[in-house]
Ligand binder design. Structure first.
Ligand code: GCW
Length: 715
């Protein structure tokens, strides 16, 4: 620590040879460093000399303050507001709030852009070349401004702009699993950024930066508290704190939502029951909703985890998920609120494959949910594993609004200790074809509402943000927050484009930096799959904490929390038989996906052990035995981390010394833990296969007994 402080001081006070200043990561991807290419800088200065806006509003003020701040940094000079339309003016407005936008007659283009879309165009007005940012509503202008800043940050040409962009999903959220005592469930970046003790009197300026960051990537809502919800959040005391946050977020188009506990009418309301069909209970929720909306008129709604992992829910009263969700939906309906009802439900019954349970619990209620309910489904059928097949619920509920839940915090992917770019995981899931309505029915298309009568669409990501100075615990973790926003705006976006933009905005536009580091990002998740859970293995992490490997975990509070339940390793082979001869989970997928997964030969090898119990001697696609192939993956994962270190060494001259050192230090720990993962798993599975580690691969330096007792450090 002392050493780090010293380094920061040294770096702060002396400029580095390459002119890269120390950076603590606080500014995220909104650094707005001056453009270091003179030709480009001159063009930008000419193109953006002044700006003109329509009637002001809190959102427009937020947009213009970001614009002036951003361009001042990027261009090194102020850009002034003007009332004239001279050459090089940025014209910003909607046809309603700006006559100079109305006169451009953009109605046809604007028609398709909804409430949040925008267009950016180079136009000539009375012989003067200008740039216009137009939208139907102020929120669109805000997103347009951030887009324009991104173009400059990533050194794009702005000579003949013709950008049209509108979000493909409506509800684009972060889900914080933050508790009211400041801890964060599965959080690895410090404590909660919400300072409940100080609110509402003291409002930290960090909240504004949080809102800016979210707006810059199109996130338009935030669920402030853990889905394992403390009912106190709904008390008058806490609602006044929530209101203070909502007031800060509003100018950034960011709505506030809350996770609620289904038994709140009992725990804080003093009622005897929380039965959703009870008139008193209905009335309690209605009054609670009225109370919230009185203070926060644009409150988004509730997120609910019910009858899952010990949380209360409608089934406690022999009512259904639909009964529970609809009762809450009625309470928020008069205020245009929504209910996000989670499909992450499973019980402790060891005889029913856990992967079947969410589908079996929700499919029967297709079409039974009110139109302001959206069912929030985790990307895979288990729980945010390094790799899972997509959840079969996508596409299986054509009469229900469905939204995606990704996990941005790395609960099962090495916390903030392993460098993993999750965008490729998101992309893999989003581009998976459900075949719900024939070829091309990708999860992305399902989410966009292309095959449903439901009217809501959305995506949420479980946040990786805490109060650590760099927000996410490690710099590259910011890329995952960034990616979530970009994917929610456009689920068909490529990870490569996202990685490129993030790197340029965060570090440098130099090709020699961007190309190799982008490659490193793109490969990082597969590395992690390789040293943790290759070939479709899953849920073999350390018990409860998920901190490191625990394939040997065989005692747990419930049978389907044991690693052995998931990998089924024996002298014959390994894997969970979910084919038609096993739990038949494959039947939850549409053909031909079902048939592909069902057939051991056709099943994608990266999901082989998810769907099949496979003999150690089984010949894989490479020609190697399953055992050898498994070892190869474990070893390749570690080599992948070593390759990352090499890449990062090559990036040294492009980043500041402190960031360079921090990332390198982290990659060392990453490597150590990857080796621990590899050795633990290989040695443990070897006790079943009884086969040697293939020649040429380095032998684990310690026995299995050592790894079994090892406790990895917490970030
Ligand atoms: O991923 C698991 C976590 C729990 C979490 C739960 C959920 C909030 O281990 O900590 O609880 O899922 O998503 O509800």
């Amino acid at each position: 620590m002392q050493y780090k402080i010293l380094v920061s001081y040294i770096v702060l006070f002396c400029m580095l040879p390459f002119g890269v200043k120390a950076d603590d990561g606080y500014r995220l991807w909104l650094k707005y460093e001056k453009v270091n290419n003179t030709a480009l800088l001159n063009t930008y200065r000419q193109t953006f000399q002044s700006y003109k806006v329509g009637t002001k509003s809190p959102i427009i003020n937020a947009a213009t303050s970001e614009l002036t701040r951003g361009l001042k940094g990027l261009l090194g000079s102020d850009i002034k507001e003007t009332s004239a339309g001279t050459e090089g003016t940025l014209l910003i407005g909607t046809p309603q709030n700006a006559p100079f936008i109305k006169s451009l007659k953009l109605d046809k283009q604007l028609k398709t852009l909804g409430n949040e879309g925008f267009l950016i165009q180079t136009v000539t007005v009375k012989g003067k070349k200008c740039t216009v940012i137009a939208a139907n509503k102020d929120a669109g202008l805000l997103y347009g401004v951030f887009h324009l800043l991104k173009l400059v940050q990533t050194h794009q040409s702005v000579a003949n702009l013709s950008v049209v962009s509108a979000p493909k999903l409506d509800v684009r959220l972060l889900n914080h699993w933050d508790n009211l005592d400041g801890t964060i469930e599965r959080g690895y970046a410090g404590k909660s950024i919400w300072k409940w003790d100080e609110l509402p009197q003291t409002v930290d300026s960090r909240y504004t930066d949080y809102a800016r960051a979210n707006a810059s990537i199109g996130i338009n809502g935030t669920v402030l508290n853990n889905v394992n919800s403390n009912p106190k959040i709904l008390t008058e005391e806490y609602l006044s704190k929530v209101k203070a946050l909502a007031d800060v977020f509003r100018p950034y188009g960011l709505k506030v939502y809350l996770s609620v506990s289904f038994s709140a009418p009992i725990t804080i309301g003093g009622l005897k029951t929380a039965d959703p069909l009870d008139a008193g209970v209905k009335d309690w929720w209605k009054k609670k909703a009225d109370e919230i909306y009185k203070q926060i008129p644009d409150f988004g709604g509730f997120l609910v985890k019910a009858n899952s992992e010990g949380q209360p829910g409608p089934q406690d009263y022999k009512r259904t998920h639909a009964d529970g969700a609809n009762m809450l939906a009625e309470a928020v309906k008069p205020h245009n609120g929504i209910i996000m009802w989670r499909a992450f439900v499973y019980n402790s019954n060891p005889t029913v494959d856990r992967t079947l349970q969410a589908y079996d619990s929700f499919k029967p209620f297709d079409g039974k949910f009110n139109d302001n309910v959206i069912v929030q489904i985790k990307n895979g059928p288990i729980d945010f594993q390094p790799r899972e097949p997509f959840s079969p619920l996508f596409g299986a509920m054509p009469n229900t609004s469905l939204m995606m839940e990704f996990q941005v915090t790395q609960e099962y992917l090495g916390f903030s200790k392993h460098l993993v770019f999750l965008s490729t995981l998101f992309e893999e899931v989003l581009q998976s074809d459900t075949y719900a309505k024939g070829k091309g029915s990708t999860v992305s298309n399902v989410l966009q509402g292309n095959y449903t009568t439901g009217r809501l669409t959305g995506m949420a990501g479980v946040s990786n943000i805490g109060n650590s100075r760099n927000w996410c615990g490690y710099t590259f973790g910011q890329a995952n927050w960034y990616a979530l926003g970009r994917m929610a705006w456009n689920p068909d976006q490529s990870s490569e484009a996202i990685a490129g933009d993030w790197l340029k905005m965060t570090f440098s536009n130099e090709k020699e930096f961007v190309d190799p580091v982008k490659k490193m990002l793109m490969e990082s998740r597969e590395n992690t799959v390789d040293y943790m859970t290759p070939l479709g293995l899953n849920h073999i992490m350390a018990y409860n904490t998920h901190n490191g490997p625990g394939p040997w975990v065989d005692t747990a509070a419930q049978p389907n929390w044991k690693s052995t339940y998931y990998h089924n390793a024996s002298a014959e082979g390994i894997g969970f038989d979910r084919s038609s001869t096993g739990s038949n989970a494959v039947a939850q997928y549409f053909p031909p996906v079902r048939d592909t997964y069902n057939n051991i030969e056709a099943c994608p090898e990266n999901l082989l052990l998810w769907f099949h119990n496979v003999k150690w001697t089984y010949k894989t696609k490479s020609g190697r035995s399953l055992w050898d192939e498994l070892c190869q993956h474990y070893y390749a994962g570690v080599e992948g981390v070593r390759a990352m270190q090499k890449t990062w060494e090559g990036a040294k001259s492009h980043v500041d010394a402190e960031t360079y050192a921090d990332v390198m230090e982290m990659l060392k720990l990453h490597e150590e833990e990857a080796v621990i993962w590899r050795n633990s798993c290989v040695l443990y599975f070897q006790t079943f296969s009884k086969m040697p580690i293939p020649a040429g691969l380095e032998a684990p330096d310690k026995p299995l007994s050592y790894y079994k007792t090892l406790e990895l450090k917490y970030p």
